[in-house]
Design a protein around this ligand. Structure first.
Ligand code: AHM
Ligand code: MG
Length: 339
């Protein structure tokens, strides 16, 4: 636990204090509470594993042509059901659904748009390695009561809240409403998320990188050059040895970086170039970039600050460089010098 830990502050109390300070309103507080409650339900399903009959393929595919796991589908349903009736949302969009989903007419509508990747790191579900839920909150444009896909296409700088839950040895919720990035740990006995780190801070420098090295031969020249300099260690131009970690769950890799620094990268490669990258801007890159920037880190596509990318599609993909500020800037320099 960090020195700033306070064991007695629950997520509910934290949110009420943010509301009293005028940083969030009652609707956003309710929205975050509802998402957190849904994540507790997902956490229980993930924790049951084979005993809950939730492992394995669902036998369906999503809009991106990816095979869905049972837990992908279940987590999506849990988040949809939890958020439909509260009156805080105008619409939802999910990595697992073709189009955005307006709030049904039988329920009152609010002013927020919620986007989520219900279960990130799907390839790790069946092997008992950490997975997570990532979410992002935008304002519904003024005068729009029935939002369509186009109303979600706002740059990351417009996010009012972002967070993820990691289902690992402990379940943690990491959250920002634009006033720092804070970590809450689920107290399983009490059933509440408790504030365990206030103001996560990413060291500006690092000696650790995260990338899927099996894609090396498909990368662009600046990425090849950057990573070969990392691997050259003390003897190379960087003058220090780097360690490597790759969980293949973005939530787990970014959580490690928020905790102790590092750089996470899923760059453009010739396999995913036609799609623009592997990771999704709206459900993965933008919320993680908001969280990382709020913790003093940086996030970039290699050529542009992530949060300033103007989205052109709900399921748009982007190259990602995210983490310790100076290291992200170094990786970007390799790209800009090459172009
Ligand atoms: P998913 O949302 O379908 O699970 O895919 C995203 C995941 C990220 O969590 C992770 O960083 C990446 O895909 C891993 O990709 P790879 O299997 O190519 O290493
Ligand atoms: Mg994902």
């Amino acid at each position: 636990m960090s020195s700033s830990t306070s064991q007695s502050i629950s997520l509910t109390r934290y949110l009420i204090e943010e509301q009293r300070a005028g940083r969030i309103n009652a609707d956003l507080r309710l929205l975050i509470e509802v998402v957190a409650r849904a994540c507790k339900t997902i956490s229980i399903a993930v924790g049951k594993g084979a005993l809950g009959g939730v492992l394995g393929d669902a036998g369906t595919g999503n809009i991106q042509g990816e095979a869905q796991k049972k837990l992908d589908v279940l987590s999506n349903e849990i988040l949809l059901e939890a958020n439909a009736w509260g009156g805080h949302l105008a619409g939802l969009a999910s990595e697992e659904m073709d189009n955005s989903h307006p709030i049904p007419d039988v329920y009152p509508r609010g002013n927020y748009l919620l986007l989520f990747d219900p279960l990130d790191g799907s390839s790790n579900i069946d092997v008992n390695i950490s997975v997570g839920t990532i979410f992002s909150v935008l304002r519904c444009p003024d005068g729009v009561s029935h939002p369509a896909d186009e109303h979600f296409l706002q740059p990351g700088t417009s996010q009012v809240c972002a967070g993820y839950t990691t289902y690992g040895p402990s379940t943690m919720l990491v959250l920002t409403v634009g006033n720092g990035t804070h970590a809450f740990t689920l107290d399983r006995e009490v059933g509440s998320f408790m504030l365990t780190t206030r103001g996560m801070t990413i060291p500006e420098d690092t000696k650790e990188f995260a990338v899927n090295m099996s894609n090396q031969r498909f990368w662009e020249p600046p990425m090849q050059h950057y990573v070969s300099d990392l691997l050259a260690g003390k003897e190379g131009s960087r003058g220090k040895d780097f360690n490597m970690r790759w969980v293949a769950s973005m939530v787990a890799d970014v959580h490690r970086i928020l905790t102790r620094g590092g750089i996470f990268s899923y760059p453009l490669d010739s396999k995913c170039a036609a799609k623009g990258g592997k990771l999704r801007l709206m459900y993965e890159a933008n919320p993680m970039s908001f969280l990382v920037e709020q913790a003093g880190g940086a996030a970039n596509t290699g050529r542009q600050r992530m949060l300033e990318v103007q989205p052109n599609g709900l399921h748009q993909r982007v190259p990602v460089f995210i983490g310790s500020k100076n290291e992200v800037e170094t990786a970007v320099r390799y790209h800009l010098e090459h172009d």
